[in-house]
Ligand binder design. Structure first.
Ligand code: NJP
Length: 238
């Protein structure tokens, strides 16, 4: 299915996986609406898409803030009647023993990874239900399906995001809305204060690998939904 002239909202699109998804979709003719908190990073991403001939718009948005999400969707409704695609990609995490995990950080991780996904869906699904179509792609993690020591907080958030996605899929299928989940292994991004290119660990995917998977999912024929897609670097032991 062609993606040309579709409209997509991408959270966490200022860098890493979200930025690569936005760039890749724009190359396929999608009007991409980029969101993240840092406006300057967003502007740079929008400019780079524009230089490649793509159509991009940016909105500063903290997805953990319901009032901000509601205001954002109101603004979107003023510029378009239709939103074809929502990519819930923004996410945070860090790794430590449970006894050393700050409760405040637990709340932040749950607020972004779980509540943020919920809020974006809560406020955008009605738009998709009205137009009688839509595709939501949630970027979870392979640790939505496995656990490891010192990963309790992050794994819990990704298991919750995955369970939410699975239940939502059953709820909105009748409205012709597809819900897909991508489960990446390690990816070379800014996640958890990493700096791409300086990590000693070479067992990582490139953000473009995830972006390619997302294009594949979104390009499936109308009658097909790819519910889940797990993707790892072949060298990653998991
Ligand atoms: O991370 P990074 P990734 N509201 O840090 C934004 C999952 N994943 O691309 O808000 C709105 O480069 C932030 O912008 P800013 C991971 O769990 C990754 O790797 O300005 N946006 C930036 O644009 C996550 O769900 C790996 O700080 C918020 C973006 O999110 C997704 O992949 C492995 C926000 C983060 O970019 C993308 O992460 C895996 C908020 N409150 C799953 N807080 C991996 N990298 O290895 C942050 O299994 N952002």
């Amino acid at each position: 299915m062609s993606l040309k002239n579709k409209i997509a909202i991408i959270t966490g699109a200022s860098r890493g996986i979200g930025k690569a998804i936005a760039q890749n979709l724009a190359k396929d003719g999608v009007h991409v609406i980029l969101t993240a908190r840092n406006q300057q990073d967003l502007n740079e991403a929008v400019e780079s898409i524009g230089r490649e001939g793509g159509k991009a718009t940016a909105f500063s948005l903290d997805i953990s803030d319901e009032k901000a999400v509601g205001n954002f969707i109101d603004q979107i409704k003023k510029i378009t009647d239709s939103v074809d695609i929502l990519i819930n990609n923004a996410g945070i995490g860090s790794f430590a023993p449970v006894t050393e995990t700050e409760t405040q950080f637990w709340d932040q991780v749950m607020d972004v990874n779980v509540k943020g996904t919920f809020l974006m869906c809560k406020h955008l699904v009605p738009v998709m239900q009205k137009q009688k179509h839509g595709h939501i792609v949630n970027i979870a993690s392979d640790v939505a399906k496995r656990t490891f020591a010192e990963g309790a907080m992050y794994c819990a958030s990704k298991y919750a995001q995955d369970a939410f996605s699975s239940a939502l899929r059953k709820e909105v299928r009748q409205n012709n809305i597809k819900v897909s989940v991508v489960y990446p292994g390690k990816v070379e991004t800014y996640f958890n204060n990493s700096i791409p290119g300086v990590n000693e660990d070479h067992h990582r995917l490139h953000p473009d690998d995830i972006a390619g998977s997302v294009n594949y999912i979104l390009s499936a024929p109308l009658h097909v939904v790819i519910d889940e897609l797990m993707i790892h670097p072949i060298s990653q032991d998991y």
